[in-house]
Design a protein around this ligand. Structure first.
Ligand code: SF4
Ligand code: SF4
Length: 286
């Protein structure tokens, strides 16, 4: 069995001199690696190995699926709402809360834990994760964390991984050994990585624009295009947002039927509407 993990893995807090990380508030609080701690982590390449296994029957089974500060990426939301056969609006209303991140200045969506004293994830059951095939990217990749960094004025990104050892997790005592590459393949995180990297493009543009805060309407549009995809689709067709703009690769039908194509379009549209990126896109919605 793979990981059914705690909220880990993913882009971490920005060390000094580097920009364009997913900000700290977008990772679970127990996974934020502070700049001063970075030296304690070994950078793993895809061929480096680590020892880990998570399985039913292990002493800590299910103990990592409660009391979490779990940020959901746009792609996490897309997968979960489809799995639960809900519209994006229904999913967001029922399972999440949102706020403006103090560090990023961008709308942040987090998963609401149960209100009982155990503060369980709403998707944990006796037998484990009830949304396992569509669990969030961070639940998949644990015990790894993916770090992507781009130095100022450089386009190329550096990607590496680190192992996050949480004391309660007995998975590290299991004998199974993985390379990073094998683990990521086993956990099927490739598309999650790709979609999260698109989000990082927005953060990068915002950082370069020196805009600390977006205004209320801009926050609404960001939320719509990134998280509330079904309502964004209505806006796209009501305002014919594709008109007069290059719709690379996506046909109009794709925007109607393919959530991933719509999300890609939405992220490009936000880059244009909010940061003037990509020339013509995104200018005509008040
Ligand atoms: S989504 Fe699944 S794996 Fe992630 S915390 Fe919830 S129950 Fe656990
Ligand atoms: S082995 Fe680790 S990831 Fe698996 S259930 Fe236990 S604490 Fe969670």
């Amino acid at each position: 069995m793979g990981g059914r993990f705690r909220h880990t893995g993913r882009e971490l807090q920005s060390p000094a001199g580097l920009v364009d990380f997913i900000p700290a508030e977008m990772v679970s609080e127990n996974q934020v690696i502070k700049q001063s701690q970075m030296k304690n982590f070994r950078k793993l390449t895809l061929d480096d190995t680590f020892q880990f296994s998570c399985r039913p029957g292990i002493g800590c089974f299910n103990c990592c699926c409660s009391d979490l500060n779990q940020y959901l990426t746009p792609y996490d939301i897309l997968r979960l709402k489809k799995r639960l056969e809900l519209s994006s609006g229904e999913f967001l209303g029922r399972y999440t809360s949102h706020h403006i991140g103090p560090e990023s200045g961008l709308p942040i969506v987090t998963l609401k834990m149960s209100e009982h004293e155990n503060l369980n994830c709403p998707f944990v059951g006796q037998a484990g994760c009830t949304v396992y095939p569509d669990r969030p990217g961070s639940c998949r990749i644990y015990p790894l964390a993916r770090i992507v960094q781009r130095r100022p004025n450089q386009n190329a990104c550096e990607e590496f991984h680190v192992v996050i050892k949480e004391p309660h997790c007995l998975g590290f005592k299991e004998p199974k050994e993985w390379t990073v590459r094998e683990w990521k393949q086993d956990q099927e995180v490739a598309l999650y990585d790709k979609m999260n990297d698109l989000l990082m493009d927005i953060i990068s543009l915002k950082n370069r624009s020196n805009r600390r805060r977006l205004d209320h309407r801009e926050n609404e549009l960001f939320y719509l295009a990134c998280y509330d995809l079904d309502r964004f689709r209505e806006l796209v067709f009501e305002k014919r947002l594709w008109e007069g703009r290059p719709v690379e690769g996506e046909t109009i039908r794709d925007l109607e039927e393919d959530n991933v194509a719509l999300m890609r379009f939405g992220i490009e549209w936000i880059k244009g509407r909010l940061f003037g990126h990509g020339s013509q896109r995104g200018g005509d919605v008040p």
